[in-house]
Design a protein around this ligand. Structure first.
Ligand SMILES: Cc1ncc(COP(=O)(O)O)c(C=O)c1O
Length: 387
């Protein structure tokens, strides 16, 4: 058992979260609970196996061996009853790179791509930066701030804009939904009727809690879909740049591979390839332990915030990112940001970056020690209880 309560000094480790506050215009003492990586160390068994990769002492051009594909196939079968076929797995360096690649591969300039905001902001960025036509169908929310697809709006927008591609976040960051099978079936049904290709970003798949389940699009759609995912969130290795795409459609796969060639991308980082195999083989117990810790962090944060402030914390079905509604304070987004960053000295992701419907919300990364989380919440409560 790892002591997850133990605070770890991550300064001077090139950490985007901990080392770049001043560089990004923040106070040097700000507490960072923004970018989605975790303040937990991997277990010795994983670190020892990674060290044995270094023992090779030669790091020439590298490609995945069969064991890489077998490990991915086994993980998906065992945990999600998802049958993957090796021929359609493509290794890569990051999910966002694969998002940009598949957009370029499967759509042309000005083609329409639909997303559901609020959503992970690189969805919007990659679509717009590649000159595609962004179509947004906002998620609906009920009085408890639980979010749902707006199926009628999705269908209408797909039809009216001749949408070619649906970029789905499954599970959904930042609203914490683990989409149900029935919900995804309706999305697939709409996409089938209008010939829309579904790209499902499933990077948060392993963080689903309680009675909720992760439903991969691969268990629902029959064709015309791709899964883009990685073990990097689950095992806290995004700095090792390793991910994979699953594209069980020969035409789409060929176009995707051609786009990789156009980008000049060929062999991958050998540490990343081996890390994927190692964490999937040896990391499960650790993952189960941190998931429990994170869920307890969520329960703590919800209770603590809601009993001290006029905020609502959205139920966390999935991810380690909690979504908090500050709208009852009626603040301009810039004021909300200013109070949290400059008065409470906490660095969070402000809701507006995930789309207009995120205004007045903030997203907190709770994959950290409870003591740090409490300190951040105390600072925020201190500032807002006066308002
Ligand atoms: C939905 C989603 N996709 C992709 C990523 C990033 O993936 P990568 O680092 O592999 O590009 C994140 C990171 O938070 C995410 O939340």
């Amino acid at each position: 058992m790892i002591d997850l309560d133990k605070e770890i000094d991550r300064h001077n480790t090139n950490s985007l979260k901990w080392d770049f506050a001043v560089n990004r215009g923040k106070n040097k003492d700000i507490l960072p609970l923004w970018v989605a990586d975790m303040d937990f160390e991997l277990p010795d068994i994983v670190i020892d196996k990674l060290k044995s990769v270094l023992d090779n002492k030669i790091f020439g051009y590298s490609e995945p061996l069969d064991s890489y594909y077998d490990t991915i196939i086994e993980w998906n079968k065992k945990h999600y009853n998802l049958d993957l076929d090796k021929r359609y797995i493509v290794n890569g360096c990051s999910v966002v790179f694969h998002i940009a690649t598949i957009i370029k591969a499967l759509t042309k300039d000005s083609d329409s791509i639909i997303i559901n905001e609020p959503v992970y902001y690189p969805f919007r960025e990659t679509i717009e930066a590649n000159g595609r036509n962004l179509i947004v169908s906002n998620l609906k929310r009920d009085i408890n701030n639980k979010y749902y697809f707006d199926f009628d709006d999705i269908e209408k927008k797909i039809k009216d804009n001749n949408v070619k591609l649906y970029l789905l976040c499954n599970p959904h960051n930042p609203v914490g939904r683990a989409w149900k099978k029935e919900e995804l079936e309706r999305i697939v049904d709409i996409c089938n009727r209008y010939n829309v290709f579904i790209v499902s970003d499933e990077i948060h798949e392993d963080f689903v809690y309680g009675n909720n389940t992760f439903n991969s699009i691969g268990n629902i759609a029959k064709a015309n879909y791709a899964i883009l995912t990685a073990p990097t969130k689950s095992f806290n290795i995004p700095g090792l740049h390793t991910s994979y795409a699953y594209i069980p459609n020969n035409k789409a796969l060929a176009l995707f591979k051609k786009e990789l060639v156009k980008a000049g991308y060929s062999q991958s980082n050998v540490i990343g390839i081996k890390a994927l195999e190692i964490v999937y083989k040896y990391g499960f117990e650790w993952l189960s332990q941190i998931k429990k810790y994170i869920y307890d962090n969520y329960l703590f944060a919800k209770e603590y915030l809601e009993s001290n402030l006029r905020v609502k914390v959205t139920e966390l079905e999935a991810t380690y990112l909690i979504w908090i509604d500050f709208n009852s304070y009626n603040l301009e987004t810039s004021k909300l940001k200013d109070l949290i960053e400059n008065k409470a000295l906490v660095w969070l992701d402000q809701g507006y970056i995930f789309g207009e419907t995120g205004n007045g919300f903030v997203r907190i990364n709770i994959a950290t020690q409870r003591s740090l989380l409490k300190k951040a919440l105390d600072n925020i409560i201190e500032v807002f209880k006066e308002l």
